[in-house]
Design a protein. Structure first.
Length: 201
């Protein structure tokens, strides 16, 4: 089988996996009601990917799909604890099964209170290594940008953020990413998780 045929088969497989992941997110990650986000904003839509990404099937699907969206020259994937923890770990495992090497880095919200006082957990990479930042849900982009700052301060190159769901309003995250010199790539938009009648409202 030629390389072209393998690429087509891979794309088709990922498309099927995206369909399955979307159904899981609709069923277990999305809620409609009145909610207050971590940013303090009020919203009618709540997305929490953890009930999906902390299941074996959900994490496998998310890891394979996210891996297909990172930069080819990335040496690691990283993200701010807690949402990114299962994702970067799952991506490292999936890449290893595919005979590739993709390390996982977890960025703490506060420096370690003992030992080395580290902000970043995981293997130490050569300075200048490219890291793609992973998020489960993007709203304002604040959490992802915090992770990016810590990774850049550690000497790594970060140009892209990849999220499972983009639920931003008024393009707030897009603006923040541009100001930080980042490209945002999301697997799904919030609208894709809504029922047809909700999309029309």
């Amino acid at each position: 089988m030629g390389k072209g045929s393998k690429k087509i088969q891979r794309k088709q497989r990922i498309l099927k996996m995206k369909e399955e992941l979307l159904e899981l997110l609709k069923k277990y990650a999305y809620k409609k009601g009145e909610f207050t986000l971590s940013s303090g904003k009020k919203t009618d839509h709540y997305v929490n990917c953890k009930p999906v990404t902390l299941t074996g099937r959900g994490l496998t699907l998310a890891s394979v799909i996210l891996l297909s969206a990172i930069e080819e020259d990335s040496k690691a994937v990283g993200g701010l604890t807690l949402g990114a923890d299962p994702l970067v770990s799952g991506m490292a495992v999936v890449s290893a099964l595919d005979r590739a090497t993709m390390d996982a880095l977890i960025v703490r919200k506060e420096a370690k209170g003992h030992g080395t006082g580290a902000w970043i957990e995981g293997p130490e990479l050569p300075e200048g290594s490219k890291v793609t930042v992973i998020e489960d849900v993007i709203t304002t982009g604040g959490s992802a940008i915090k992770a990016v700052k810590r990774l850049r301060d550690a000497g790594y190159k970060v140009d892209r953020v990849v999220s499972i769901v983009d639920r931003q309003e008024d393009g707030e995250a897009d603006t923040a990413m541009k100001l930080a010199g980042l490209e945002l790539h999301s697997i799904f938009k919030l609208e894709e998780l809504l029922d047809e009648d909700e999309q029309s409202n």
